[in-house]
Write a protein of this length. Structure first.
Length: 197
């Protein structure tokens, strides 16, 4: 087997990007579901500095990065890590730039990208979609009854997934959705006064 850049593939990894404002159990279950469907050595959570599709986040980049580490530790997730690549780069976080950097750093890795079906439906509106199409294999999380749209030239695997957690709902009413975040994340939010906790 060979990587998309011609190098021999030594392992497969997946990037899971997003705002994670805050990270919740749905995000963690997405990572677990992807690992169960595709043979991956590692999943890397990649919190963005600023999403090109959002003006701001309630929690700072450092707080969101910290909450991800707390959540992974709480759930004792193996082969899962958190990167600060996009946070250190600052500015809008474009997936193709992140992918290009990782491919150059780890040319023998087959890189996957975890996204939801709603993001997949608009993937061609992302910056530099041709690069994403040619260099990545997408793991598309789909809820029961959803169909994943075929896209000519794109590699993807549909991953069944179902969890009700929503960062938007947590931000709107944190105290009513404590069951959606891990204990350490809940404590951190309360100590930091995030989301009205």
């Amino acid at each position: 087997m060979r990587a998309m850049n011609g190098e021999s593939v030594s392992e497969s990894r997946a990037i899971f990007g997003g705002s994670f404002d805050p990270v919740h159990l749905g995000h963690l279950r997405m990572a677990t579901a992807a690992m169960e469907v595709v043979s991956l050595e590692e999943i890397v959570f990649m919190p963005c500095f600023v999403s090109p599709f959002k003006e701001s986040t309630m929690a700072s980049a450092g707080q969101r990065h910290h909450m991800l580490n707390l959540a992974i530790k709480d759930e004792a997730l193996n082969h899962v890590s958190v990167s600060d690549l996009e946070i250190r780069r600052e500015g809008p976080s474009y997936s193709w730039q992140t992918a290009k950097y990782l491919i150059e750093q780890e040319p023998r890795v087959k890189w996957h990208w975890i996204i939801g079906s709603d993001q997949w439906d608009s993937i061609e509106k992302w910056a530099n979609p041709a690069f994403l199409r040619d260099q990545l294999h997408f793991l598309v999380l789909k809820r029961q009854g959803q169909n994943v749209q075929e896209r000519e030239g794109w590699e993807f695997t549909a991953v069944p997934f179902n969890h009700p957690a929503s960062s938007t709902e947590i931000r709107a009413d944190f105290s009513s959705h404590l069951e959606w975040v891990t204990p350490a994340v809940a404590s951190f939010c309360e100590e930091s006064g995030l989301y009205g906790a």
